[in-house]
Write a protein that binds this ligand. Structure first.
Ligand code: ARG
Length: 469
């Protein structure tokens, strides 16, 4: 057998020459899938332990393999390991080096294919990412709740169509995002059990003739359900080419990115001189190379901007999968960069946004000025008339006339006299101007979920408890 020293183990025997340099460059994945090394090693340890259990590996062989994998893991972690592009991917790099050191390594791939191996590695990787991202989302929620708490008295205009609509507590606005993030966390938790399924033992496509103990491997790698029972894939063909779990994760990531982008957009608006609701401390802003006065909300802008690539990754994955016949096709190697990029981008954005919110202060005076625009309480004025028995449609019309009158007289709604009000409707009484007492107005909006004083305090308390903040 002619075997070139640079021949990957997968080609030995069948092939007489190695791939051309260009082919090797085009097909390698080690430049990005090296990131799976911890999971690959752990998966190999589990597989080897199982092979020993069923009698394929002797005690000594297992010990050698475990020792070799541990050494290699340590070297990778210390940055001492040399990845060889000619060995294509993380799986073959580790296995080749193991076998070079300990001949027993040649038995490690018994009943295993890189097809079920890579499926295993990415599932374990996504599992860890979900756990980390879930915690990071919680930290961002805590930052938002803390800022809401700190400025719990502050009222701002709430907007629809980016036009001033009705007053809300600043905290209420922030808590809207806390709700969105809670759904994001729930979506991650929901897809977790579909990620947490052990595909090892599926081989290349058709399992193995050897009596593998799949449950042993699953338990070893914590692929267990809530009752601690092993969860293994039930169809070997599906198992080697299923990437649904990855798409679900990237889809949840796309929603998170969308939420963060909206939050970023609010920050960008609030921090303008025109709004002036908030300030971001220097450590989370950047200057301009030309204009000395500039302080830019780059973290928010980048978060908004990065949303595009997260969407792109999702579409790339969906497109990658759509035309694949059963089962494993090399196309699937293209999944990893999209997956890694989504996870890095979303996790980074969540972390940075959390840090930024810990570095935001509110300009209460500017908020108060904006929120004390009496026209924000035009709806409350209509409610005033409804309380007097007027049908809402008529009340809406009457208040519209009041708004027009105020505009004509160049006055605010609270600047009009009782007589002015009476010219529109006899139902306006001497108490009408009390409607424009903002504190009182806020105290009246106490339906569950409304931005009333007591309700917002209750919601802040609920979140503080829930997040353990
Ligand atoms: N690097 C490959 C991937 O990421 C590993 C699986 C390769 N399997 C194969 N039969 N060529 O998909």
């Amino acid at each position: 057998m002619k075997k070139k020293s640079s021949q990957p183990v997968s080609r030995s025997g069948r092939f007489t020459s190695g791939p051309s340099a260009d082919v090797a460059r085009f097909s390698e994945s080690i430049s990005f899938d090296w990131r799976l090394w911890q999971h690959d090693i752990l998966g190999s340890m589990a597989h080897a332990s199982m092979l020993h259990k069923i009698g394929v590996l002797s005690k000594k062989e297992l010990a050698d393999i475990l020792k070799g994998l541990e050494e290699i893991g340590q070297e990778i972690s210390d940055g001492q390991f040399t990845w060889k592009p000619e060995l294509e991917d993380v799986h073959m790099n580790i296995e080749s080096e193991l076998t070079r050191r300990y001949p027993a390594g040649a038995k490690l791939h018994t009943s295993r294919s890189r097809n079920d191996q890579v499926a295993l590695d990415v599932r374990m990787w996504v599992r860890d990412e979900i756990i980390a991202l879930t915690q990071e989302i919680k930290e961002l929620q805590k930052s938002l709740v803390a800022l809401g708490e700190k400025y719990r008295e502050v009222i701002i205009p709430g907007y629809t169509h980016l036009q001033r609509a009705q007053p809300v507590f600043f905290a209420h606005h922030l808590l809207a995002y806390v709700e969105m993030l809670e759904r994001d966390g729930a979506r991650l938790a929901d897809c977790f059990p579909r990620v947490n399924i052990c595909p090892l033992g599926s081989g290349a496509i058709a399992g193995s003739t050897l009596p593998l103990d799949r449950e042993f491997v699953a338990e070893y790698l914590q692929f267990v359900d809530s009752k601690g029972a092993a969860v293994v894939s039930q169809n070997s063909m599906d198992a080697v080419c299923d990437r649904d779990f990855m798409i679900e994760y990237c889809s949840a990531g796309a929603l998170i990115a969308m939420h963060l982008s909206r939050l970023a957009e609010d920050v960008i608006i609030w921090v303008t001189a025109e709004f002036g609701f908030i300030r971001i401390s220097d450590s989370y802003t950047t200057g301009s190379s030309l204009m000395p006065q500039k302080k830019n909300p780059d973290i928010a802008e980048l978060t908004r901007g990065k949303t595009g690539r997260v969407y792109g990754n999702l579409v790339a994955l969906l497109t990658l999968l759509k035309g694949l016949p059963m089962t494993y096709n090399r196309d699937l190697q293209e999944d990893k960069e999209r997956l890694f990029d989504t996870s890095d981008t979303v996790r980074g954005s969540v972390r940075l946004m959390s840090g930024m919110f810990q570095n935001i202060s509110v300009n209460a005076a500017n908020c108060q000025k904006a929120a004390s625009d009496p026209s924000l309480l035009a709806t409350d004025l209509a409610d005033y008339l409804v309380r007097k028995g007027m049908p809402f449609r008529k009340a809406h019309h009457a208040v519209g006339e009041i708004v027009a009158l105020a505009e004509k007289k160049e006055k605010t709604l609270s600047g009009l006299s009782i007589q002015d009000y009476k010219t529109v409707s006899k139902e306006f009484g001497p108490d009408v101007l009390e409607v424009f007492n903002l504190q009182k107005a806020m105290s009246l909006k106490n339906l569950v979920g409304a931005p009333g004083t007591e309700q917002v305090a209750a919601q802040l308390a609920r979140w503080r408890n829930k997040l353990g903040a």
